[in-house]
Design a protein around this ligand. Structure first.
Ligand SMILES: *[C@@H]1O[C@H](CO)[C@@H](O)[C@H](O)[C@H]1NC(C)=O
Ligand SMILES: *[C@@H]1O[C@H](CO)[C@@H](O)[C@H](O)[C@H]1NC(C)=O
Ligand SMILES: *[C@@H]1O[C@H](CO)[C@@H](O)[C@H](O)[C@H]1NC(C)=O
Ligand SMILES: [Fe+2]
Length: 499
């Protein structure tokens, strides 16, 4: 647990010290005390008496009965970033436990600019109905190729097991076609046993990546312990997510209370509260999906149908020749894979995986046909706590570019499963016999790196945290042309009026 100046059970005793300190030393303020309450904003110096509560800004509500003290808490925490509607818009999101405004002061080399946003009250669905306030501020039209920071360098402290925060972020170059975005991608990272996190903190704070994609399953679970596990997780990832866009999709661990913790805490583009959306980075069109609508019918099937037609539209739009020329790579990510060869009984071990071939019996709304029809280059999944790379595959058929160079002009979508960032459920082993569509498998903790060098060359590598950051797998996907894998019209769409 990192030292955070926030108010909850864990440092309540520290607070009692503060209150004691206040009652002993703040007599000059007595005259300002009104009968019901008074708001005192203080900057605490670092001092022995205050222990871990350094530079602390608090507003204390004194009731006339000194024993029952309610504490208002305005300290921002759980700060994280996401792309807005374009890579030059950054959305800053954070949490407080009392209601207050949402302001970001920012700039290059100083806080010259100020942006205001919105504050939303979020009530967790658990028995305590805990209340928090989620703050969202969009920083629009940022200067290209800039580092937004107070000064040009910073420092961090800690150990190889975790680093503290200094906040800054970079913006993409002006000419997006000259941008070769570099991302870290993984799924299934929890609060407990987040083994890859320290390595990611080190790399992110050194400015290695442009963005992170977390392919579902957070915290284990965000709603647990009346959403305190979610708070703690968001504090942990602040050390990476406050420095670059941390893009997400929901997984099965987010489903409680209709995904409300997920929807409240993240700020993804579009109008679905982060359930599905797309965004662009240089030569890449990214599409984020929720696979949960295929497995979780508690909240109805409308969402499944909506997402399907949204996806078809989005892929159609991205495939318009002038769009595809500008952003040749179409990369999708969603939590539960279409293919996997793990030694468990998950859906991806079934031939007719729901997300791949559609809802049971009717076989409608399967997503693999869409990937094939619109020539999706790469599909990233997680959920299985391991790494698996597939040969180009469609409907269990391996469609290599050629036997000697399977990923040069592949004839189907390339899939990877990367869900071993680290969580309390540990890693998943594989069945001994590797299926012929599976190219490489590894159950080390780790994550994937992706770099789109340009419109023809995409590089992908797998990092093992167990092996001290070793690259254990890598491929180049090389494409002279990005287009539909099939021009055949024999793939049926489900009926439009179906709900
Ligand atoms: C679940 O949340 C979605 C919004 O994301 C809403 O449209 C839907 O009606 C909700 N379903 C239920 C059963 O509350
Ligand atoms: C695809 O390429 C790989 C690597 O060369 C090879 O091992 C595999 O047999 C190929 N599969 C097919 C169906 O051609
Ligand atoms: C694309 O990037 C690759 C890898 O860096 C490079 O070898 C290739 O020449 C580049 N192609 C163009 C057209 O710049
Ligand atoms: Fe999962």
């Amino acid at each position: 647990m990192r030292a955070h100046a926030h108010v909850d059970e864990r440092n309540f005793s520290a607070f009692l010290n503060v209150l004691l300190f206040l009652s002993l030393s703040l007599s000059p303020l007595d005259s300002e005390l009104k009968t019901d309450s008074v708001c005192v904003v203080l900057l605490f110096p670092s001092s022995q008496a205050l222990g871990p509560l350094r530079l602390f800004q608090a507003s204390l509500l004194f009731s006339t009965i000194a024993v029952a003290v309610a504490i208002e808490y305005y300290q921002p925490e759980q700060i994280h970033l996401a792309y807005g509607d374009s890579p030059n818009d950054i959305v800053v999101t954070w949490t407080t436990y009392s209601n207050c405004d949402s302001v970001v002061e920012y700039g290059v080399g100083g806080f010259a600019l100020k942006a205001e946003g919105s504050t939303t009250k979020f009530v967790d669905g658990g028995s305590e109905k805990r209340v928090m306030f989620i703050h969202r501020v969009t920083l629009k039209d940022l200067i290209p190729d800039a580092k937004y920071s107070m000064c040009n360098s910073g420092y961090h402290c800690g150990s190889v097991l975790g680093w503290s925060g200094v906040f800054w972020f970079k913006t993409p170059p002006d000419d997006e076609s000259k941008w070769s975005p570099f991302l870290a991608v993984y799924g299934d990272m929890g609060n407990e046993n987040a083994q890859s996190l320290a390595r990611l903190q080190e790399e992110v704070q050194r400015g290695v990546y442009d963005a992170i994609i977390h392919v579902g399953d957070f915290a284990y679970d965000m709603d647990s312990d009346n959403a305190r596990v979610g708070d703690e997780f968001m504090r942990q990832i602040e050390t990476v997510a406050a420095y670059l866009p941390y893009m997400t999709c929901p997984g099965n661990h987010e489903q409680t209370y209709n995904f409300s913790n997920y929807r409240a805490r993240f700020s993804m583009p579009g109008d679905t509260e982060g359930l599905w959306y797309s965004f662009n980075m240089g030569p890449i069109h990214f599409v984020s999906l929720t696979t949960e609508v295929y497995y979780n019918f508690n909240y109805g099937m409308k969402q499944l149908v909506k997402q399907y037609y949204w996806l078809e539209n989005d892929l159609k739009e991205a495939s318009i020749p002038e769009n595809r020329l500008k952003r040749p790579w179409i990369i999708t990510y969603g939590h539960r894979p279409m293919y996997c060869s793990n030694d468990d009984y998950d859906d991806c071990r079934q031939h007719s995986t729901f997300v791949r071939s559609g809802i049971p019996f009717l076989k409608w709304f399967g997503l693999e046909d869409l990937l094939y029809r619109y020539g999706v280059d790469l599909s990233i999944w997680a959920h299985e706590h391991s790494y698996e790379r597939l040969w180009p595959v469609y409907d269990y058929k391996v469609l290599n570019g050629s036997t000697s160079e399977p990923y040069r002009n592949p004839r189907a979508t390339v899939h990877i499963v990367t869900g071993s960032a680290g969580c309390s459920e540990r890693t998943d082993p594989f069945i001994p016999a590797k299926p012929d569509w599976s190219a490489y498998r590894n159950s080390d903790y780790g994550y994937t790196r992706i770099k789109a060098w340009n419109g023809t060359h995409l590089y992908l590598e797998q990092i093992s945290d167990d092996q001290d950051g070793q690259v254990i797998d890598n491929i180049w996907i090389i494409k002279d042309k990005h287009e539909a894998f099939s021009t055949k019209d024999n793939i049926d769409s489900p009926p439009l009026n179906w709900t």
